[in-house]
Design a protein around this ligand. Structure first.
Ligand code: ZN
Ligand code: ZN
Length: 422
């Protein structure tokens, strides 16, 4: 069977994460998105493990689904969970671990040095190599999260993965601001499988599943997921056009002005507004590049650009992405055509037009890859631009800022508030 898997999210005990991040909310939302498997996140946090244990049952080795007696309707409860956790090391580098079972999660807690229960994404007093060794002793997979971002990634700290781990990691997570075309400029990544995950901090459809991996497995169990990754048999990566990511370009973290790297260095990475300029993922990859063009190894699957349908609706109607107005249109489309992936990629435009004529040209442009995008940077997401935009663009931007200034994944702008995450 073909499954869509988002292997990196955070639960309600991670900092600045929605209290709605519980299995009973995540599972039905994931199904509407088109996901079959979601990482639990935070699998070293005791209270979170208890919630997983109480609300799910084992369906196969290392795979859990909502208990039958949960309030969630059976139609939408089919999403499965696999145990995952993100850990921050002593150099503030983030690592993603995929675990074989709940028992292993409880058992592994004893091996980590640090307070595992103060934050769903714990900071541990260990380096990357030590974390990798513990993961492997317990049969987990491990690799760097959002590998190129400027605050908490492996490549903000090291020029080579081997400098961190002393060995090859099991995978590399690309993050929202990079894709395979970008990462395959780097020779040391040729033999490493790429994962594309959402790093969602809220269960709503513009966050959960905004990036995911398509895999083919005979049966859905931990061993088959592990094999798909280690044997480099991922069918496809789905994710943002990197220009939509928050750290794609070099930019100020306060006013979001985008800079040429030469100018930024001349100004000692200080913006005239007083803010700090952060190096963009595009430039960091350029620094690490071996080749001018991407060299895709034979095992590398296609990377399909997607963007959240709720964002498209929000921009088209100039309404906030979490408003009832936007959610209603999203639900109508998703219920009519099965799930979000279907609406974005597979539903014939003629069918879409009958339901949402205003959105259809945008979905067409998205499929034709002619959508105009203004790159993100400094912690602000990129934006979709419309030709002949019927709305006042400046009004659009101020409305969007409340959403964009936040960082709902790990690399948050320290100024963001909890409200930014919903
Ligand atoms: Zn600035
Ligand atoms: Zn992170």
């Amino acid at each position: 069977m073909i499954i869509n898997a988002d292997l990196h999210i955070h639960g309600r005990y991670s900092l600045a994460t929605s209290k709605n991040m519980t299995p009973n909310v995540i599972a039905p939302q994931a199904r509407l998105k088109g996901l079959d498997l979601v990482g639990t996140g935070d699998a070293l946090h005791l209270k979170w493990l208890k919630i997983i244990e109480e609300s799910t049952e084992k369906t196969d080795e290392g795979i859990y689904s909502l208990k039958k007696d949960s309030q969630v309707t059976s139609e939408n409860s089919g999403c499965r969970f696999i145990l995952t956790v993100e850990v921050e090391d002593i150099k503030r580098v983030h690592h993603l671990l995929i675990l074989p079972s709940l028992d292993v999660a409880y058992g592994m807690r004893e091996d980590f040095k640090g307070n595992l229960d103060s934050d769903g994404r714990p900071k541990v007093h260990m380096n990357g190599a030590e974390i990798m060794d513990i993961a492997h002793e317990h049969g987990c997979l491990a690799g760097p999260s959002h590998a190129f971002t400027p605050w908490t990634s492996i490549y903000k700290e090291y020029d080579s993965l081997w400098d961190c781990y002393d060995k090859k990691p099991d995978f590399l997570e690309l993050g929202l601001s990079a894709d395979s075309d970008m990462a395959d400029h780097i020779e040391e990544l040729q033999d490493i499988p790429f994962l594309s995950n959402s790093d969602a901090h809220s269960p709503w459809p513009h966050r959960l599943g905004r990036e995911f991996n398509e895999m083919k497995v005979n049966e859905l169990n931990f061993q088959n997921i592990k094999d798909s990754i280690l044997k480099k048999k991922i069918n496809a990566n789905y994710g943002f056009d990197p220009r939509l990511g928050k750290y794609h370009k070099t930019a100020c973290t306060r006013c979001y002005k985008i800079f040429d790297i030469e100018d930024a260095i001349k100004q000692k990475m200080k913006c005239p507004c007083g803010g700090t300029i952060k190096k963009g993922v595009d430039y960091r990859i350029y620094e690490l590049s071996t080749w001018d063009e991407p060299h895709h190894p034979p095992h590398r699957p296609p990377y399909v650009h997607i963007l959240p349908l709720a964002d498209i609706i929000s921009r088209r109607y100039n309404k906030g992405v979490t408003t009832v107005f936007v959610q209603k249109i999203w639900e109508e489309l998703v219920h009519k055509f099965g799930n979000e992936i279907s609406v974005l990629i597979y539903t014939p435009l003629k069918e879409l037009e009958k339901v949402e004529p205003k959105l259809t040209p945008i979905i067409k442009a998205f499929r034709d890859k002619t959508l105009q995008i203004e790159s993100g940077g400094g912690g602000r997401y990129g934006e979709i631009l419309f030709e002949n935009d019927p709305h006042d663009n400046s009004a659009d931007k101020s409305a969007d800022n409340s959403n964009n200034k936040s960082a709902d994944n790990s690399d948050r702008n320290p100024d963001s508030t909890l409200d930014d995450y919903f």
